[in-house]
Design a protein around this ligand. Sequence first.
Ligand SMILES: NC(=O)c1ccc[n+]([C@@H]2O[C@H](COP(=O)([O-])OP(=O)(O)OC[C@H]3O[C@@H](n4cnc5c(N)ncnc54)[C@H](O)[C@@H]3O)[C@@H](O)[C@H]2O)c1
Length: 474
Amino acid sequence: MKLSVIGAGYVGLTTAACLAQIGHDVFCSESDPEKLTKLQNGGMPLFEPHLEDVIKAGRKSGRLHFGSTREAIAWGNAIFICVGTPPLANGDADLSAIEGVARAIAKHASGYRLVIEKSTVPVQTGAQLQKHLSVHSRNGLSYDVASNPEFLREGSSVEDFLHPDRIVIGVDSPRAENLLRQIYEPIIGQSFSCPLHADCPRHKDPIFLATDTNSAELIKHASNSFLAMKISFINMVANLCEVVGADVTKVAQGMGLDPRIGSSFLNPGIGFGGFCFPKDVQAFIRIAEKSGCDFSLLKEVEKINQRRVDHFIEKIRKELWVLRGKRVAVWGLAFKPNTDDVRFAPSITLVKTLLAEGATVRTYDPKATAKARAILPEVTYCADAYQAAEGADAILIVTEWDEFRQMDWKRLLSAVEQPLVIDGRNLFVPEEISRMGFRYVSIGRVDALPCQPAGAEKVNPSWPAVNNAQEVPA
Ligand SMILES: NC(=O)c1ccc[n+]([C@@H]2O[C@H](COP(=O)([O-])OP(=O)(O)OC[C@H]3O[C@@H](n4cnc5c(N)ncnc54)[C@H](O)[C@@H]3O)[C@@H](O)[C@H]2O)c1
């Protein structure tokens, strides 16, 4: 089928590339001229594992094209809207980009179009789109509007798109439902040629759930808000563990063994960020408020999350006493591993606070440096995690990149000023790091004092050395 995708961000680019991969003829548009030129010249405006290869394959097959939104509107019978819906100051989703696209479709399209909202939008946006298309249509446009919320995760977007657990559509006509079924048929039956797995393991076929438009829109906001709630819940449990001397890792493990709870999203840390959870929780609160429902549970989820960076900074202050003049290494800037996205990342608030208090920040992120540089120009960006740690009074772990799990701690011990690791993502078993001669402070667990490592010369003498993991005091 000839399909159009509007907006070449994390969602739009993945959608366009994967739809071409499963056999459709796709035209993807982007309004940012710099991004568009890059794409048209074979470059990438963002990092996402495997995406570049899938795009290359799409271009080579002649099934993936990039250009203007005007061209995209003329191209496909079905148009996926994948533009951003950032938060306004009052927490509402800013729908101006969606409105702009709807107006352009109404003005320039003729004949039938299925207009599909893939961007995350408040409930009843579909109804607004219907109204808007009807008011502004000029050239005998006939249309259906459908909701098709996207559940991909940055860092694994291609995998998530091609092997989803579920595909949700919200439709108000059989024609729209049939078209969406046709579009997704290769994914529903897992019958496409998989670019990720040479011998693609037979994935469980995804559930195809068709609902009305309002329900589909609500499914997306309710899902993200629920996951955010799980994170804030475990973060409060972590706070409690710190006070009573329990281990949140074990508590989470015990909770997660209950299939009604499940173990995912029970990792405590410095808080959730990114372009989805913070804004979607805010938008859901506002949707509820405007509908006369006081969703105070979610207000608490948001407040707990906002306090996470403060809680982490308190840990840093407790260890370093005065921050002015201290040199800290920040490992990781992206809001999660395997992405270059720093939008609403806790690292941004953290680094800004450290700088405001007079600390010097040296940082390293495997992918997010370019995007962070635009927001945090006052920071020293290093080529690797070792360079960032040189002369540091503390190493702060902010993003759980895999490469941080494989560091040479002996090398680090001789590079730092103070052997102190404050881990906002609980990457390590405390005793592992203390055995390397570092004091290790993490989230919701008992802090570990440094043990004297074999051959170490530079352990801070002011901390009592302990001999083995079992003797680490509370
Ligand atoms: N990022 C995620 O993990 C994720 C996951 C699921 C859903 N979503 C939702 O999907 C939507 C898009 O998210 P994203 O992360 O891809 O955002 P993004 O900012 O990366 O991408 C949006 C793109 O749309 C472009 N754009 C805006 N108006 C346009 C127009 N008129 N014509 C062509 N291009 C236009 C922007 O320049 C931008 O490149 C949001 O509503 C988001 O909440 C995001």
